[in-house]
Design a protein around this ligand. Structure first.
Ligand code: NAD
Length: 350
């Protein structure tokens, strides 16, 4: 593991704020990777880490991903991320007090970093943070937020799947197409519903088999055991559960033509993107196809959008993917590399 000094020396971001919270013993890291296109936006992750350096590294890595995600989504925001590294996940009054102290830290950055929820933080936590600072997205509707980002994320993935089908088969028609949705959660459920309504045959897998069966029954599809997703014949595999599903070990097993889902960090290692390309499997880069939730909260809470502007922006995810696929084909590079190149280009001209 690298030391703090080594991490700071080798990071390509702008500013890392290091804060120790003496009351709880937590370490808080706020990483502003880029403010090139606007204030650094990104969620607050609360997690137990082995060492503070590991937490800093996570915040740095995640903030870089936010820069690319928000640039490709065409939003006037840079990339950031905060990590609250705790000894154990707090609850009750202890959690509230920690979040208020954290909110003061966010407020002290004067809007250069704007937060939202991430792993182990949610709407209720954003409401608490909102008591001390205006620089927070994703509060509850009652507190002035725009509600759960999961449904717009699913709609963005739906448009991304259609664009991917169009690229592979020459038609975005879902009728007669089969999709395996991995994860029957906040994103997977509305996605499965939209796909089924458009005529697709939907297979659902979840580590909770009851959840998979309930969703499969609701959409007129079938449940698949969680350990069989890679081996199931389908047109589209939609990972909507955990990261790291695409690796040197798993890609050779895939029996689909397209991988397009909401999960973050789908590539366990960069080589997996080249392997997918080599096997002729079209991969929709995760941070492009899963940007719908970020687009919704920024659009509705900051840019003053209404429903129709949001619908247009979510459909745009399909157009962006088409552009990425064409670039990948033209340059003979993986779709992951083409997405990164598009992000770089937007950061240069922005
Ligand atoms: P969720 O927690 O609501 O649902 C995840 C589901 O996946 C659960 O039903 C869980 O039981 C299941 N699951 C966990 N491990 C699994 C496994 N190994 N195999 C099969 N099923 C498994 O999460 P969500 O909000 O639907 O998000 C899904 C993914 O999309 C996550 O990777 C998340 O980071 C990403 N994402 C979500 C959003 C959003 O707006 N919610 C936005 C961008 C990206």
């Amino acid at each position: 593991m690298l030391t703090f000094e080594q991490l700071l020396e080798t990071w390509d971001g702008e500013t890392a704020v290091v804060h120790r919270d003496p009351e709880s013993g937590a370490w808080i890291f706020v990483c502003l990777h880029s403010t090139r296109l606007g204030p650094a936006g990104g969620g607050t992750r609360m997690k137990v880490y082995d060492t503070p350096a590991e937490a800093l590294q996570d915040a740095m890595r995640l903030s870089g991903a936010m820069t690319r995600k928000l640039a490709v989504a065409g939003l006037p925001f840079g990339g950031g991320k905060a990590v609250i590294a705790v000894a154990e996940i707090p609850s009750g009054e202890e959690r509230r007090a920690l979040l208020l102290r954290y909110a003061d830290l966010v407020a002290s950055l004067g809007g250069s970093y704007r937060t939202s929820s991430d792993m182990n933080t949610g709407e209720a936590d954003m409401d608490v943070i909102g008591e001390r600072t205006e620089f927070v997205f994703g509060r509850s509707v009652e507190a002035g937020g725009s509600g759960s980002p999961a449904p717009p994320t699913a709609t963005g993935v739906y448009h991304g799947i259609r664009a991917s089908l169009s690229h592979v088969y020459g038609s975005d028609d879902l009728d007669g197409r089969s999709v395996v949705v991995q994860g029957a959660g906040g994103v997977g459920s509305p996605l499965a519903e939209q796909l089924a309504s458009a005529g697709a045959t939907v297979f659902v897998a979840d580590i909770d088999p009851g959840r998979a069966e309930t969703l499969a029954a609701r959409v007129g599809g079938a449940a698949v055991p969680a350990d069989r997703v890679l081996d199931t014949d389908c047109d589209v595999f939609a990972p909507c559960a955990v990261g790291g599903v695409l690796s040197v070990a798993t890609v050779p097993r895939l029996r689909c033509r397209i991988v397009a889902g909401s999960a973050n960090n789908q590539l366990a290692e960069p080589e997996a993107a080249d392997l997918l390309q080599g096997r002729g499997i079209l991969y929709a880069p995760d941070y492009v196809i899963n940007a719908g939730g970020a687009i919704a909260i920024v659009g509705l809470e900051q840019l003053g959008w209404g429903r129709s502007e949001l619908d247009t922006a979510l459909a745009q995810i399909g157009d962006t993917l088409r552009q990425i696929y064409e670039r990948a084909d033209a340059e003979g590079i993986s779709t992951a590399a083409a997405a990164d190149a598009l992000a770089e280009q937007r950061l240069k001209v922005g």
